[in-house]
Design a protein around this ligand. Structure first.
Ligand code: GLU
Ligand code: ZN
Length: 302
């Protein structure tokens, strides 16, 4: 079982569509199933209207799903996982501010590692739900050996290199690292195909799976579409929203552009995703990030 798990924090962009296409092809080429999970827990960034629009944009591209899960409907399961972590003595409140971390150790994701300062703090007597501070999970110390299917070495000592993850934010929002693990297991996900930007979090997620007694899926982290920002490259984001793409291209045209850009087809001709299935093979998919430009049309430099 595969999954595609976009956050509904805005319109789909070419990077979203490419990630969806790759997760979908990975599943379909193996004759497998795939669910779409709309990650909509962060009410400060997600708008309800983005969820149906995401579904529509993916359908426009030609992708179908064996189920759609709205993460916000899964609260019971999320709380159950937190109850179990609390009962195991793994949850603790963190009173640190972002400023406390700045200038410390650099984490593999480019941010600041959390030095596990508050590990000894007890939960409120009334339980984790009564906390007005963020909650973290005390991970086991020590390395997690992990190489993904593409050969990317993700071995890490997540407790030391990233620091114990936040699982409940100070504003009460349940955080990504925990819910992703709980939801993948609940959907029976055995294959996680996603962008390289998430790769530094994978060891943390495996550590959480082990604490919760959940199976670890196979992982594969694929190339990103990036764009030039001054002299730096950053993940392509708001610049080519689905509304603009759909005004410019048919779904087949955009699918053909993406498939060609990543090396799957010899020419950028319109194509249905389903037509790519029989010949899909990861060895043909480009590995390096791809510099992409949007100026009313989508272009990329090989
Ligand atoms: N919602 C996350 C994102 O869009 C999902 C990451 C994942 O696939 O685990 O970045
Ligand atoms: Zn702290």
């Amino acid at each position: 079982m595969g999954r595609f798990a976009p956050s509904t924090t805005g319109e789909a962009h070419p990077g979203t569509l490419l990630a969806a296409l790759l997760a979908w092809l990975d599943a379909r080429a193996a004759g497998g199933r795939i669910v779409l999970r709309l990650e909509n827990l962060d009410h400060t960034r997600c708008r309800p209207a983005w969820a149906p629009q995401m579904i529509a944009d993916l359908a426009w591209l030609g992708l179908d799903w064996d189920g759609v899960v709205e993460q916000s409907a899964r609260r019971r399961d999320h709380e159950d996982a937190l109850d179990r972590l609390a009962a195991a003595g793994r949850l603790y409140p963190c009173t640190c501010s972002r400023r406390d971390r700045t200038g410390g150790r650099r984490a593999p994701d480019g941010g600041w590692a959390y030095p596990n300062t508050c590990r000894a703090r007890p939960l409120p007597a009334a339980g984790w739900r009564a906390s007005t501070d963020a909650l973290r999970v005390r991970l086991d110390d020590g390395p997690i050996a992990l190489v993904d299917e593409g050969g990317l070495d993700l071995t890490q000592d997540p407790a030391a290199e990233m620091g114990d993850p936040i699982v409940v934010r100070r504003d009460g929002v349940l955080a990504y690292q925990l819910v992703v693990v709980v939801d993948d297991a609940a959907s029976g996900v055995t294959r996680v195909v996603r962008g390289k930007d998430i790769a530094p979090s994978t060891a943390t997620q495996v550590a959480l799976q082990r604490l919760l007694g959940l199976p670890t899926p196979a992982y594969r982290h694929h190339l990103l579409l990036v764009e030039a920002h001054g002299d730096k490259l950053a993940k392509l984001h708001g610049s080519a929203p689905a509304t603009a793409l759909r005004a410019r291209y048919t779904g087949d045209e955009l699918c053909g552009l993406l498939a060609h850009a990543i090396g799957l087809t010899p020419a950028a001709v319109p194509i249905r995703p389903a037509v790519l299935v029989p010949h899909f093979d990861w060895s043909r998919v480009r590995r390096d990030d791809l510099v992409t430009r949007w100026d009313g049309s989508l272009s990329y430099s090989a």
